[in-house]
Ligand binder design. Structure first.
Ligand code: SF4
Ligand code: SF4
Length: 395
């Protein structure tokens, strides 16, 4: 790779015909009304830098930083602009060209030195849990965002959870990096559902973070190193599908791990395909669903989670206005860009509270943390839980 902005592809950038049909779907355009905070404006900026027709300017980089990477623009674009690929390459190029900022240097180092190493991450999770119990984390801003940590997710003995009843499938399960620490109950519910659906669930030993957080933050080399390590583990085993219960990870695996083509499945996608047994009890609650951007827009999965939830006996279904607009979480975005993240969140909270639901089901840990924190600040008693937990209520 040579020259500045070499990762960005001229062909990808040229697919934008500047029609502007994506503007009103873009969360940052919706709250600012600024062309510079729109997909079209960002593509224009990256195109000029790539061509060398506009000097690279540290201040203009803010417009790239403020993109959530939610890919809503990609889903509504009539011209097929591969915006996810563009912003990942653009961010990596920008990181090479800019002066490093302390915030971004720290986040890159934290990703490389902690998140990429399961043992260190577990130790950090244990220390945070202890700090929470001693009430020390409220002095940190992120301490207010974090859920109350439970004991971390535990793999079963032998790294295999057997099917309940007849074994019909053997699936690998992505344990991932932060999810087993932040929301172990989501994994527990997901694995239980898979077992109920007749799946033997295998937990790849030695598997590390999938690299999604790295790629979204412009560290493509870090993401590639993790992919190479994980592929050595996956290649050595046989499985029907690699099931993922975190939308951001699933989208990354589908885009970035070509060798797994067709075998990466979101949990809801897989359960809709293989079927769940008859529910055992009623779920008497008003339920709404927040589309995770990386499920709805990147993986184009909207129907399966809704079909599964609506099929639960007793559920009163309520759709919110704009369920597929980003909540402002976007991986590390809520930490790196708290002001814009909060502006985007407020519109989401208005929509959410207006549903009057008892539960909002989500499909991504970042969305869960963001919505929990926002609802808490509004004094709402609405519960946020992973779609797997809501489904498991019926068994
Ligand atoms: S990204 Fe797509 S929808 Fe947006 S301006 Fe370009 S061509 Fe139009
Ligand atoms: S990825 Fe999301 S925030 Fe970024 S330009 Fe597209 S719609 Fe806007």
């Amino acid at each position: 790779m040579t020259g500045p902005f070499a990762r960005l592809s001229d062909d990808d950038l040229a697919t934008c015909v500047h029609c502007g049909l994506c503007l009103d779907a873009c969360p940052t355009f919706r709250v600012t009304g600024l062309e510079t905070e729109s997909p079209r404006g960002r593509i224009y900026l990256m195109t000029q830098w790539k061509r060398g027709t506009m000097p690279f300017d540290e201040e203009q980089v803010r417009h790239i930083d403020l993109c959530l990477g939610c890919r809503t623009c990609e889903a509504v674009c009539p011209s097929g602009v591969p915006y996810g690929r563009i912003i990942e390459a653009g961010r990596a190029d920008v990181e090479d060209a800019r002066r490093p900022t302390p915030k971004r240097s720290i986040s890159r180092a934290a990703l490389r030195q902690v998140v990429g190493h399961p043992g260190r991450l577990r130790a950090a999770g244990a220390a945070t849990r202890l700090a929470q119990r001693l009430r020390l984390t409220s002095i940190l801003r992120s301490g207010r965002m974090l859920p109350a940590l439970r004991p971390q997710f535990q793999r079963p003995a032998g790294n295999v959870a057997p099917a309940i009843g007849e074994r019909k499938h053997r699936v690998a399960f992505l344990v991932g990096c932060v999810m087993p620490i932040l929301y172990p109950q989501s994994h527990d519910a997901a694995v239980r559902l898979l077992q109920l659906a007749g799946c033997e669930v295998w937990f790849p030993p030695g598997e590390r973070c999938c690299g999604a957080l790295f790629a979204h933050n412009g560290d493509l080399e870090g993401a590639e190193r993790l992919r190479d390590a994980n592929m050595r583990t996956y290649r050595a085993a046989t499985f029907d599908a690699l099931v993922v219960d975190s939308a951001g990870c699933g989208a990354h695996l589908k885009d970035f791990y070509p060798e797994l083509k067709g075998r990466v499945k979101d949990l809801t996608e897989w359960l809709a395909e293989v079927g769940l047994p008859e529910p055992k009890r009623e779920v008497k609650m008003h339920v709404t669903y927040q589309d995770a951007c990386h499920l709805a827009h990147a993986q184009r999965i909207k129907k399966q989670p809704r079909d599964l939830l609506r099929a639960l006996p007793g559920v009163e279904w309520v759709e919110m206005r704009h369920p597929d607009i980003c909540c402002g979480a976007a991986g590390l975005y809520s930490t790196l860009e708290p002001e814009m993240s909060n502006r985007v969140l407020q519109e989401k909270l208005d929509d959410l509270v207006a549903t009057g639901a008892d539960v909002v089901a989500v499909a991504n840990p970042g969305c869960q943390m963001q919505l929990e924190s926002g609802l808490r600040m509004r004094g709402s008693s609405m519960k946020v839980e992973h779609v797997a937990e809501t489904l498991l209520r019926a068994y």
